[in-house]
Design a protein around this ligand. Structure first.
Ligand SMILES: Cc1cc2nc3c(=O)[nH]c(=O)nc-3n(C[C@H](O)[C@H](O)[C@H](O)COP(=O)(O)OP(=O)(O)OC[C@H]3O[C@@H](n4cnc5c(N)ncnc54)[C@H](O)[C@@H]3O)c2cc1C
Length: 274
């Protein structure tokens, strides 16, 4: 249950919001879907992000900026209009339900990082950058945000920045038994290709032991090679994410399923290599 005397704040500047969340028990409120679910009693105040001008998606040159107050649904609608962000949107459009996608924000989802996150695997594969504000504003890679533990500190996420690179092809797959279920894992692959040869690869999976894994061995194997059936089968041997067993599935079963999803994803990408 949330605190009965919970105080709401509606700041107009990010500086004001950062100052407010420096108080104990005061946190940001994006879509509220996680806060409502967990309803921790320790929360004394909620700082709504709605008036901070962070609800936008801008495309300028080869960069796309997604303001952190944008909802999953707004990103999906931007993509339908512009035909951009198709890999990210494939993941987001399968997340939760329509009413939830109307509420879940990019910022709240990045800070929360549930193991069923639809957002992290594609953003990490696309080498997204994140702009955060605490004492100072900074832009870092999303991978660094996780690796350095900044995610665990108190800060405000302002936006995500993605490169719009036509040379990059990518895909994402999530493992669910029924559509409206938390995904057990989400795997995403982004490849840069030139004359049929892979010149760069980024492969990430979430839902694993340690929450996410950057699959560098599989990347190293693929770089410099053609995406053909033989190399796809070989790449599978270099892709070995580790899972934790749960009441439904053993760790081994999940690893096997992840390998199948990974090779299926590469097979799908094979047809689109430039
Ligand atoms: C039934 C159900 C199914 C779901 N299925 C999926 C799914 O398949 N895939 C998926 O990706 N998600 C799914 N979600 C959503 C996910 O579990 C979280 O609830 C959601 O990502 C939280 O986003 P929010 O905007 O509602 O954050 P909030 O609940 O508002 O906040 C979450 C945390 O982020 C902090 N925060 C909020 N905004 C910011 C900001 N701008 N900067 C820094 N910190 C901030 C808050 O202080 C809080 O600690 C599902 C949710 C439900 C209820």
């Amino acid at each position: 249950m949330l605190h009965q005397n919970l105080e709401w704040f509606f700041p107009h500047t990010t500086e004001e919001a950062v100052k407010l969340i420096s108080q104990q028990g005061v946190i940001l409120h994006g879509g509220g879907t996680r806060i409502l679910k967990t309803s921790p009693k320790s929360i004394k105040g909620l700082v709504d992000v709605g008036k901070l001008n962070m609800n936008y998606i801008h495309h300028s040159g080869n960069k796309i900026s997604i303001g952190s107050a944008s909802t999953y649904d707004e990103v999906i609608r931007f993509s339908a209009r512009t035909k951009k962000l198709s890999m990210l949107v494939k993941a987001l459009s399968e997340a939760a339900s329509t009413p939830l996608r109307n509420r879940i924000t990019i910022g709240g989802s990045l800070k929360d990082f549930p193991i069923w996150s639809s957002l992290y695997a594609p953003l990490l594969a696309l080498n997204a950058q994140i702009e955060i504000a605490d004492k100072h504003d900074k832009i870092i890679s999303l991978e660094e945000y996780l690796e350095t533990g900044i995610i665990k500190t108190k800060h405000l996420i302002k936006r995500i920045i993605l490169e719009d690179d036509p040379q990059v092809i990518g895909g994402v797959k999530r493992f669910v038994l029924i559509r409206f279920e938390y995904p057990l894992f989400t795997v995403a692959v982004a490849l840069r290709t030139k004359q049929n040869i892979i010149s760069d690869a980024r492969i990430f999976i979430t839902g694993v032991k340690g929450r996410y894994k950057h699959c560098k061995r599989a990347e190293h194997f693929l770089i410099g090679k053609e995406l053909n059936d033989e190399n796809i089968q070989q790449a599978k041997k270099h892709f070995a994410p580790k899972f934790v067993s749960d009441y439904k599935y053993s760790a081994e079963y999940k690893e096997h399923a992840a390998k199948v999803f990974f090779t299926d994803l590469l097979q799908e990408l094979k047809g689109t290599v430039k």
